[in-house]
Design a protein around this ligand. Structure first.
Ligand code: B12
Length: 258
């Protein structure tokens, strides 16, 4: 069925293995999925790359400090797709990667990189406000692991969770595992997402995540993602590594309502 709906089998199986897509087994051992869940996934994986501004236009808009235009591109895209992750991956991620590449080549100054980052950060706050939903699926938290300054991954995860109906606290960056464990004990989140930037030492993060997984309440779903997370496998039985914001949005939308 996944293939009929235009989804890659490996993508669907990875989601099922991580528990992000509810599945059952047929008597013959084949994986079975509910049609509604697969259709939701397809919404989050549009095959039509909508016409939009070019990467260069996005860079120019952001360099001009035009938060409103970036916000409208994101809000319009999310409304059209019925999900926010696709437009974040189509617009914000390439914009930030391009910014990094231009900075490396000396085509953008550090000040210009900061302007773009700040415009995107502000736009993400406004997007959350615009796409606010009254659903209350539960409490979530998003944080950046590893202690460096890269935190847009956590902010994008926060947007995905809020658009999916969770109240999501942004815990920022540089939080030690003891602090995080104490926060989780007090707040009892339903979902904890950790964004791991490419610059982060995955072994250090793995140790922190294991400590958190061993100490948080059993109902807390722990999800890792980000460019640095791809280096992490089999961290802990309670921890799922997701490969994209689309997977995150699909996974949290499949969490049963309280
Ligand atoms: C903005 C930026 C900064 C800003 C960060 C500000 C902020 N508030 O975040 C500032 C200026 C502070 C900065 C500093 C540095 N930076 Co910098 N930075 C970037 C830049 C341009 C964008 C980062 C970003 O937001 N990317 C967007 C993210 C979110 O994309 P992503 O990580 O690929 O995530 C994707 C997925 O992984 C997923 N995802 C992310 N999180 C999560 C979470 C979950 C749960 C899920 C499911 C998915 C998910 O979402 C995205 C969609 O696919 C990148 C370029 C790049 N290629 O990313 C460089 C980059 C990361 N920086 C780099 C470097 C080297 C540095 C510095 C060391 C530079 C220096 N010499 O000082 C310092 C580090 C300082 C420090 N102590 O932290 C290098 C890293 C190289 C490497 N391979 O290690 C990069 C790649 C630039 C480059 N081309 O070389 N940086």
């Amino acid at each position: 069925m996944a293939e009929q709906l235009g989804l890659q089998q490996a993508h669907v199986h990875r989601l099922a293995a991580s528990g992000s897509l509810p599945s059952s087994k047929s008597p013959g051992g084949l994986l079975r999925f509910r049609r509604d869940d697969i259709e939701l996934l397809r919404t989050l994986t549009p095959d039509d790359p909508h016409e939009g501004p070019s990467l260069d236009q996005l860079v120019q808009v952001a360099l001009a400090g035009d938060v409103d235009t970036i916000t409208s591109i994101l809000v319009d895209g999310a409304r059209r797709d019925g999900a926010v992750a696709p437009v974040l991956e189509r617009v914000v991620v390439p914009l930030m990667h391009e910014t990094g590449d231009r900075w490396m080549r000396g085509a953008l100054s550090v000040a210009q990189e900061h302007v773009i980052t700040n415009v995107v950060t502000e736009a993400l706050v406004l997007v959350r406000r615009e796409l606010h939903t009254d659903m209350h699926h539960g409490l979530a938290a998003a944080l950046s692991c590893g202690g460096d300054e890269h935190e847009l991954g956590a902010r994008m995860a926060q947007v995905c969770l809020e658009v999916s109906g969770f109240r999501c606290i942004h815990l920022g960056r540089g939080l030690g595992s003891d602090e995080l464990i104490a926060w989780c004990a007090k707040s009892s989140p339903d979902v904890l997402t950790c964004s791991i930037p490419i610059t982060t030492d995955p072994r250090r993060v793995a140790l922190d995540v294991i400590a958190v997984a061993a100490s948080t309440a059993a109902h807390t779903r722990i999800l890792l993602g980000g460019a640095g997370a791809s280096k992490l496998t089999g961290v802990h039985e309670r921890v799922d590594v997701l490969h994209s914001l689309r997977e995150l949005e699909a996974a949290v939308r499949c969490i049963p309502l309280p």
